[in-house]
Design a protein around this ligand. Structure first.
Ligand SMILES: NC(=O)c1ccc[n+]([C@@H]2O[C@H](COP(=O)([O-])OP(=O)(O)OC[C@H]3O[C@@H](n4cnc5c(N)ncnc54)[C@H](OP(=O)(O)O)[C@@H]3O)[C@@H](O)[C@H]2O)c1
Length: 281
């Protein structure tokens, strides 16, 4: 029994790999270059190149569980469908899909993959996390260090920030559980914050003024286009920001207990514990 972590060099893949390795569970990870960190077996896999789809089984014929991550490819289904079909033909009996809190089955992007897993009827578990706390060490790393600002089009909307560690714990449980739950879970952290409140937290922890630059939805979309994200995907991200400003994340956070998983790690602790990241002198 081996687990395949697609995009296993990414933030969630690496956190899940660590848990599987610690539990002595065989695993294979993928990256486009076919190179990844030790001690993992890494194979070349490129979503837009179906010739790479069977590579993982050449390294380990016992792969029977797959963790699916979609990079910023807006229309994933032309790639995900043939891969899932092949994986089932190769003996995969369980898929754990990383989707998003705001995407229900049948919606855009990973919502379509979610729907396909339901249609095929294969065992599956779908993670629907909110925004990651670690985004502040990645996407906002430079803007905090160099411009003393974070930016969003979320207005005064609150987000129940979740840590990648909490998400990975749930993914690990879904991948290794005896019985597959065949459901999806909203995945949140324990505290809700607006970007204004987060700017205040940074100001307090770093001892210098950090501001929240409030962008319009159109400005946010354009910012992501300049980062190299496709116009369609930038539009999707901007529409999610707008939905936050309309209270969607807070509403989802208040869903009944059986629909959600609330992790332990707090955004405020993440900022305090990692403050060296944003200190410049
Ligand atoms: N950040 C958030 O707040 C948030 C919230 C909810 C959901 N999500 C979802 O999380 C997912 C990203 O997960 P993550 O953070 O674990 O990943 P990540 O850290 O962004 O890394 C992306 C991974 O995808 C691989 N990759 C990129 N393009 C690829 C391609 N064309 N074919 C195959 N592999 C490719 C990269 O590997 P190589 O470079 O090694 O090839 C890398 O391992 C997205 O679907 C996003 O929607 C994110």
């Amino acid at each position: 029994m081996t687990t395949l972590l697609l995009c296993g060099t990414g933030s969630t893949g690496q956190a899940i790999a660590k848990l599987l390795q610690a539990a002595n569970r065989p695993l294979v990870i993928t990256s486009r270059a076919g190179k990844g960190p030790e001690p993992y077996r890494t194979v070349a896999f490129e979503w837009e190149n179906p010739a790479t789809f069977a590579n993982p089984w050449e390294v380990d014929a016992n792969i029977d569980r797959v963790y699916i991550v979609s990079p910023t490819i807006y229309d994933m289904m032309p790639h995900a469908k043939p891969f899932i079909d092949l994986a089932i033909a190769k003996g995969v009996t369980r898929f754990v899909l990383l989707s998003e809190s705001e995407l229900a089955p049948g919606d855009l992007y990973t919502g379509k993959i979610h729907q396909y897993l339901l249609d095929v009827g294969v065992d599956h578990f779908v993670l629907r996390p909110t925004w990651f706390t670690q985004n502040f060490g990645r996407y906002f790393y430079h803007s905090i260090r160099e411009q003393n600002e974070i930016f969003s089009a979320t207005g005064n909307g609150r987000i129940p920030w979740v840590s990648v560690e909490d998400l990975a714990q749930l993914a690990f449980e879904a991948l290794t559980a005896e019985q597959c739950a065949n459901t999806d879970k909203l995945v949140f952290g324990p505290e809700l914050y607006t970007y204004d409140e987060i700017a205040e937290l940074f100001t307090e922890v770093l001892g210098r003024k950090i501001t929240h630059k409030k962008l319009s939805v159109a400005e946010f979309e354009q910012t992501f286009v300049t980062f190299g994200v496709s116009p369609e995907h930038s539009r999707l991200l901007a529409s999610m920001e707008e939905a936050v400003s309309n209270g969607i994340e807070e509403g989802l956070y208040n869903s009944p207990a059986e629909k959600k998983y609330i992790g332990k790690h707090k955004l405020s602790d993440y900022i305090r514990e990692n403050k060296a990241l944003w200190i410049t002198e």
